[in-house]
Design a protein around this ligand. Structure first.
Ligand code: NAD
Length: 292
């Protein structure tokens, strides 16, 4: 069964998710503050919209895929935003990674206005977005999740309702913590392997067959070995997520020493002007430490 979607936020992730929603047969109206991003998807069959409200007009569901909490708040509470002009289906789903505290506030505000709100952050990166194989972790009321699920099916494969409002973000923050520390482990292994004079590509494929195998080693290892710091999940966004992890941990009095260490290393990378690099570029911090 297909339906209509208003999609807001057409960056690295959003544009691929829109393409897959179109492929799945949904009608999609798109909005982004960058006009070129709207025009590119209009050329592929989406309806270009002039505001979040315009994108949501007549839609069964409005989906947001934006950088951080302030942008999602802008799209919900701002002029021509979704609180004043919700989609016809009275269902808004935010798939960005943002503050779980802010999520619960938005859910409560929208509830008063008669609109359901689901937090549904994703994992799987631009590759997962492109291949419609994202892992989607959703928080909110069960009936609202059920209405959103057919649309999730167009974008992801592992789709789970993990609890009440904010729970999706709580699970996503655990995901990011593991990604950060795991990536750090891969960097350290490459630094040691290089100094030891072993073949790095072979090391990676050997380790992929054993207990050190991971998504990071598999998908990002080749770029790290090749010294490729270019696109991917940006360090700036990783630092945003690690900040959200730290905020959550402090509020709940949970010590996270591993997260604190890797956060410092990403801050060092940003201080070297590398915030726009993909997060695999953490290897550059190790290059500096080994005077490479
Ligand atoms: P991005 O910066 O590439 O895209 C964000 C888009 O939002 C941009 O096109 C920007 O112009 C638009 N935008 C910003 N403010 C806006 C506003 N007020 N109204 C309308 N549009 C606005 O980011 P991304 O990589 O696509 O990530 C989006 C979210 O998904 C982030 O929260 C990120 O942490 C999360 N995420 C990213 C990845 C990844 O690998 N890139 C993976 C999982 C989750």
């Amino acid at each position: 069964k297909t339906g209509s979607v208003g999609f807001i936020g057409l960056g690295t992730m959003g544009r691929e998710m829109v393409r897959n929603l179109l492929k799945a047969g949904h009608h999609v109206a798109v909005f982004d503050i960058v006009g070129d991003a709207v025009a590119a998807l209009a050329a592929e069959g989406a309806r270009p919209a002039k505001s979040p409200a315009d994108a949501a007009a007549g839609a069964d569901i409005a989906i947001t895929m934006l950088p951080d909490t302030p942008q999602v708040e802008d799209v919900i509470y701002g002029e021509s935003g979704l609180l004043a002009s919700p989609p016809r289906g009275r269902l808004i789903v935010d798939m960005s990674t943002i503050s779980p505290v802010a999520v619960r506030r938005m859910q409560a505000d929208l509830k008063v206005a008669g609109t359901d709100f689901i937090d549904a952050p994703v994992s799987g990166g631009p590759i997962g977005a492109k291949n419609a194989t994202l892992t989607i972790m959703a928080g909110g009321e069960a009936d609202a999740f059920a209405r959103a699920e057919p649309f999730f099916r167009g974008m992801g494969t592992t789709i789970t309702h993990v609890g009440a409002s904010g729970a999706g973000q709580a699970v996503k923050l655990c995901n990011q913590l593991i990604c950060g520390i795991n990536l750090q482990g891969v960097c350290e292994a490459i630094a040691l392997a290089r100094a030891s004079g072993v073949d790095l590509d072979q090391m990676r494929s050997v380790l992929m067959g054993g207990s050190a195998a991971s998504w990071m080693l598999d998908k990002l290892g080749p770029a790290m070995i090749a010294g490729d710091a270019s696109a991917g999940f940006r360090i700036d966004l990783m630092l945003k997520d690690l900040r959200l992890v730290q905020e959550q941990a402090q509020a709940l009095s949970v010590p996270l020493p591993g997260t604190a260490l890797v956060t410092s290393q990403y801050i060092e990378a940003r201080a070297h002007g590398e915030g726009g690099n993909g997060n695999q570029a953490l290897f550059k911090v190790y290059d500096r430490m080994t005077n490479r």
